[in-house]
Write a protein that binds this ligand. Structure first.
Ligand SMILES: *Cc1c(COP(=O)(O)O)cnc(C)c1O
Length: 259
């Protein structure tokens, strides 16, 4: 059963209390952590309820599901346009559709995907007919779990160095060879042990890597985002510097995978 609007309001209040407490402990402002509502496996009505509660950013794993719910532009309560984040791995043949529906893709993990996205975005109209500018994050398998996608933790730094070399001349986060892509940061999924503390090390690893590349400037001048933390481990992620937490269950309830 999907939550009613009232139930969702209560869950949001409880979640905001958790986020607020974690921000306090970490000495961070609430505004420094974006809440991405992960609506995968929940119906369009749940998205409408979330928007009425003030949601501005949604996360979807599958491109097709993202298209169903977010192809039509809609307004958030704060007057901004609702943003769609693709947070699951995207097959090469779905990158174009992902680039069309998404404002940000969190799960990029190969040079081939970066190159294809650049070509695809260059050919999209975008806001002024000169191509779409897309934010991307690189997923690192920092939890080092067999089943999870993303860059190998031992290869992530070499990957980013290679990317910097391939980007060519760059300044202010814009590069000669990938002018339609903005490299915004890193994403990871913590360890799935049921113990949030177990993810601290991989979140800290991600922060160190992100900070290192942000400091390089050039193509990485806007590399200021860390997408980490979910329902089970968001406090630890916030303490370790997360700027985007991706929360599904704590907002929408359990997912019905038979849907
Ligand atoms: C499903 C999913 C989430 C949300 O997980 P919850 O535990 O329900 O908060 C976050 N990130 C990714 C990549 C997901 O696939």
């Amino acid at each position: 059963m999907e939550f009613t609007l009232e139930e969702m309001r209560e869950h949001l209040a409880a979640l905001e209390a958790r986020i607020g407490e974690a921000c306090k402990i970490a000495g961070r402002s609430r505004e420094s952590v974006k809440l991405v509502w992960v609506s995968k496996f929940h119906p369009a009505e749940a998205v409408e309820n979330a928007i009425s509660l003030g949601a501005t950013d949604f996360g979807e794993n599958r491109v097709q599901e993202a298209e169903l719910k977010f192809s039509a532009p809609r307004m958030a309560k704060d007057g901004s346009r609702v943003r769609c984040h693709v947070i699951g791995p995207v097959q090469s043949n779905k990158l174009k559709k992902a680039a069309i529906v998404a404002d940000c893709i969190h799960s990029i993990a190969s040079i081939e995907a970066v190159e294809k996205l650049e070509r695809v975005c260059a050919a999209l109209p975008g806001e002024n007919g000169a191509g779409k500018i897309l934010d991307i994050l690189f997923q690192v398998n920092a939890g080092e779990e067999e089943t999870k996608s993303g860059l190998d933790v031992h290869e992530a730094e070499a990957f980013l160095n290679d990317l910097a070399a391939k980007a060519g001349a760059a300044s202010d986060g814009k590069s000669e060879n990938f002018p339609h892509l903005r490299f915004r940061g890193l994403m990871t999924i913590g360890k799935n042990t049921g113990v949030a503390e177990d993810s601290r090390e991989c979140f800290a690893f991600l922060r160190n890597l992100q900070q290192k590349f942000l400091a390089k400037g050039g193509a990485f001048a806007k590399f200021d985002q860390l997408s980490m933390g979910m329902t089970g481990d968001l406090e630890v992620a916030i303490e370790e510097g997360s700027t985007m937490i991706r929360v599904g269950t704590a907002l929408f309830g359990e997912r019905d995978y038979n849907r």
